[in-house]
Every structure is written in structure tokens, then in C-alpha cells.
Write a protein that binds this ligand. Structure first.
Ligand SMILES: [Zn+2]
Length: 65
């Protein structure tokens, strides 16, 4: 159980590193080309979470306003 879990964590980490590696190939130095794809109001003060996606690599990014 413990061994499987550790293996799973390692796989997840490797996968994440691979994604960052690919993102960096497509958009070097975080030069993402974000477009807003969605937004949601997250509290009663009308705080809005804007959700962006990079047109080139597909990386998601969110920002509060
Ligand atoms: Zn990108």
C-alpha cells in the first residue's frame, strides 16, 4: 500500500515535470499567450476569478479581481 502510494507520487511528479518541460518548449520563459476562457464570482463582494488558457500550450492560469 505504502509502496504503491509512493510510486504513484513519483509518477505524478514525473508527469508534472514533463508538462512543465513541454510548456517551456512551446512558451519559453513563461511567454504564454493567455486568453480568458471563463470566469466565476467567488464571494459576496463580487470578487471575480478570471480563468485564462494559453493559446499555444494550453496551460491554465487564474487571476482574481
Ligand atoms: Zn503557454
Amino acid at each position: 500500500m505504502w509502496i504503491n502510494r509512493t510510486k504513484y507520487e513519483v509518477e505524478k511528479l514525473k508527469y508534472r515535470q514533463r508538462i512543465s518541460y513541454l510548456e517551456n518548449l512551446i512558451c519559453p520563459c513563461e511567454s504564454h499567450d493567455y486568453v480568458e476562457i471563463d470566469y466565476e464570482i467567488i464571494d459576496e463582494h463580487s470578487t471575480v476569478k478570471h480563468i485564462f488558457r494559453c493559446k499555444k500550450c494550453g496551460k491554465l492560469h487564474d487571476e482574481l479581481s
